[in-house]
Design a protein around this ligand. Structure first.
Ligand SMILES: *[C@@H]1O[C@H](CO)[C@@H](O)[C@H](O)[C@H]1NC(C)=O
Length: 412
């Protein structure tokens, strides 16, 4: 045993991680295995050679590897689609704005027969689609949480399709009712997200599946990285998307014998109609402040809740306005002979998954915290404790004088 020096064990650990990573990649069906496997094995051999050379070279290699992965992801993107769009019918939900609206336009331009569902037939989004779309495009009013409306859309679609099946269903409609710490999130937030993102999508999918099976078509669902990773302040939205992810992943197994391909698209942060609606978020914020129990509001502090709202809004402002990476993946999922099970659409989302999949929790947690909402305030009750580690007397003092905490701290 004395022969085995520490460097050997470190070396062994590094090689194990690399080989393990390669094996994991091959096993994970959602990543194209070939090029990644070659890259990982190549890196393993290089590490073997360089180890004898020096440690900095190894670190350099790791950095180069990471940089390569990132470039490779963003440069190549999905390969070009091959199947013709002509004669294929697609239904997209949530086309008032955002991804749905952009996808409806793009698929229409490609020659698909598009059924675009909107919440509001008289809204700007719907009217624009009707004005600019081809004669193949049909706009239907559907609130996906209302089964009768979904049924009506099925009847309208069937009336146009005749005996033909439906090639594609793009489950795009979704909401983020509100955001914030789970304890501060109203039950109506959790239920609202579930109602639309999970039950609504479930209802549409079940309803249109017979037509999709008939065409041996495709189901493409727009989900979110928040359904896989614990983004701070997105518990309600994330939990509904997690349920959605599991549902679609299960569906993928079950529909394989029918020749139906099921894909999930996980976009990074984009500017969509809802996310940049300042009025909406202000309303939600006001309603939250009115609904929280005084005790809870006192413990967290109104400034804490307001900071979360402000951070979220500035995050939404910085989001990417160019939706084409997402519509591109939707096209690929609909027209590639072998669509991917998962699409990571947009800058940074590949890196996020890399860190989430291969790094320890401590690191990926910190990454999510730094990436998303960079909170400066801690809940008010904790400020009292950590500001000064004095006992009960001080607490008593503060509780009597909540508005002047900061001043009191300075005086003391
Ligand atoms: C923004 O939200 C408000 C309040 O919910 C709503 O009335 C309005 O229609 C929304 N605007 C857009 C452009 O979606």
């Amino acid at each position: 045993m004395d022969d085995y020096a520490l460097p050997f064990w470190v070396h062994l650990a590094v090689v194990t991680v690399l080989v393990g990573g390669a094996v994991k990649k091959v096993l994970a069906s959602h990543l194209s295995a070939g090029p990644t496997l070659v890259a990982w094995l190549g890196a393993t051999v290089l590490v073997e050679r360089l180890w004898a050379f020096c440690l900095p070279a190894l670190l350099l290699l790791v950095l180069l590897g990471l940089a390569y992965r990132l470039c490779w992801r963003s440069r190549t993107g999905p390969p070009t689609a091959i199947l013709p769009a002509e004669g294929k019918a697609v239904l997209i939900t949530g086309c008032d704005s955002g991804f749905g609206h952009a996808a409806a336009k793009r698929l229409d331009a490609l020659g698909f027969e598009v059924f675009a569902t909107v919440m509001d037939l008289t809204g700007d989004g719907a009217r624009e689609l009707q004005r600019t779309g081809s004669s193949r495009l049909t706009v239907l009013q559907v609130d996906i949480t209302q089964p009768q409306q979904v049924q009506q859309a099925l009847l309208d679609t069937k009336a146009k399709l005749g005996l033909r099946g439906l090639w594609g269903l793009v489950n795009n409609a979704g909401v983020c009712v509100n955001f914030g710490d789970a304890e501060l999130s109203l039950m109506s937030n959790f239920r609202g997200c579930m109602e639309v993102n999970f039950f609504g999508t479930l209802c549409v999918t079940k309803c249109f599946l017979p037509l999709i099976r008939q065409a041996k078509g495709r189901i493409v669902t727009i989900s979110s990285p928040a359904g896989d990773q614990p983004f701070p302040c997105l518990a309600a939205y994330g939990a509904s998307k997690a349920a959605l992810n599991l549902f679609t992943d299960t569906l993928r197994h079950e529909l394989e014998p029918w020749g139906v391909h099921v894909s999930t698209v996980l976009p990074s942060s984009y500017k969509t109609g809802h996310s940049s609606n300042h009025t909406y978020w202000e309303q939600q914020h006001k309603q939250l402040l009115q609904s929280l129990s005084p005790a809870l509001l006192d413990e967290y502090g109104e400034d804490y809740v307001t900071e979360t709202k402000d951070l979220f809004q500035s995050f939404a402002k910085q989001a990417n306005p160019d939706l084409s990476p997402v519509t591109g993946t939707i096209v690929h999922a609909l027209l590639a002979p072998q669509p991917q099970a998962r699409y990571y659409a947009g800058p940074g989302v590949g890196l996020m998954y890399f860190i989430h999949s291969y790094c320890p929790f401590s690191l990926s947690n910190r990454f999510l915290q730094k990436l998303f909402l960079k909170k400066k305030l801690v809940p008010r009750a904790l400020r009292k404790q950590s500001g000064l580690e004095v006992g009960l007397d001080l607490d008593h003092l503060y509780n009597n004088n909540n508005n002047n905490n900061e001043e009191k701290l300075q005086q003391l």
